[in-house]
Design a protein around this ligand. Structure first.
Ligand code: 13P
Length: 259
């Protein structure tokens, strides 16, 4: 983390796990564990149907609401899709884009990911842009080439002012939901690489101010070590974000409780 130049973001990704009736007990428990003050932005990305309830019940805990996906289209006949304008309309501030689950199960291309990012930026929503390599790519020493491609494709056509609203999340696919976390060194190495790619495209200052998160089996035990790395500015947390005590411990691991 480097609080001097960029914000620390701890973002939960509830995926398809929460019922509306579960949000109240979740928030009550979270509030009882939260550190008194926090210097990180705490975001929860939830399915669209959960967002209004989350927004209401998360206010006291200063939870910022995020979505898990958005349409690449502006508006029109796209049954089932939700547009960036519709998310902005209800007060959504962040949205995950390019998660590996969507890339894999719904065959989302880099082109589509880029189009979704542009939709969000146009409506003032910060995209949390996910990139990450498969185990096969890591074992073939293709991590760096793959990340380089994904980051450049995602940011294609995005100007430096819009970049300031973007958050990047490095999520190695082999670490998601597997309990197999990247070591702090492995995670830092790729996050440092991502910053170097952004420096190459936009220059040193913008690169210094972009928040880069790590995601993939981050939990209450390993968060502090990962967050201590200079280029890891927070976490995108799946499983552990569904457990209020663990999520609060991760928030506290940003050092916020010492402030
Ligand atoms: P887990 O924390 O469950 O590994 O999930 C990570 C993730 O996919 C966050 O987007």
């Amino acid at each position: 983390m480097n609080n001097k130049y960029r914000k620390t973001v701890i973002a939960g990704n509830w995926k398809m796990n929460m019922l509306a009736s579960g949000i109240k007990p979740y928030m009550e428990e979270l509030k009882s564990f939260l550190p008194k003050t926090k210097s990180c932005e705490t975001v929860i990305c939830a399915p669209a149907v959960n967002i209004p309830t989350l927004m209401k019940l998360g206010k006291e805990a200063k939870i910022i609401c995020g979505a898990e996906d958005v349409s690449e289209h502006d508006k029109g006949a796209f049954t089932g899709d939700i547009s960036a304008a519709q998310l902005a309309d209800i007060g959504v501030k962040y949205c995950i884009v390019g998660h590996s689950e969507r890339r894999e199960y719904y065959k989302e291309s880099d082109f589509k990911v880029n189009a979704k990012i542009k939709q969000l930026l146009d409506k003032g929503i910060s995209p949390i842009i996910c990139v990450g390599e498969s185990l096969e790519q890591r074992e073939m020493n293709l991590t760096s080439a793959h990340i380089n491609y994904q980051v450049r494709a995602a940011l294609n056509g995005i100007d430096v002012n819009s970049l300031r609203k973007c958050v990047i999340a490095y999520e190695p696919i082999w670490a998601i939901g597997t309990g197999k976390t990247a070591t702090a060194e492995q995670a830092e190495e790729v996050c440092r690489d991502i910053r170097a790619i952004i420096r190459d495209i936009y220059g040193a200052r913008p690169a210094r101010s972009v928040s880069i998160l790590y995601g993939g089996s981050m939990n209450a035990k390993n968060a502090a070590e990962l967050l201590a790395q200079p280029d890891i500015d927070g976490g995108l947390i799946g499983g552990a974000s569904l457990k209020p005590a663990d999520f609060a411990t991760i928030i506290a691991a940003t050092g916020a409780e010492n402030e």
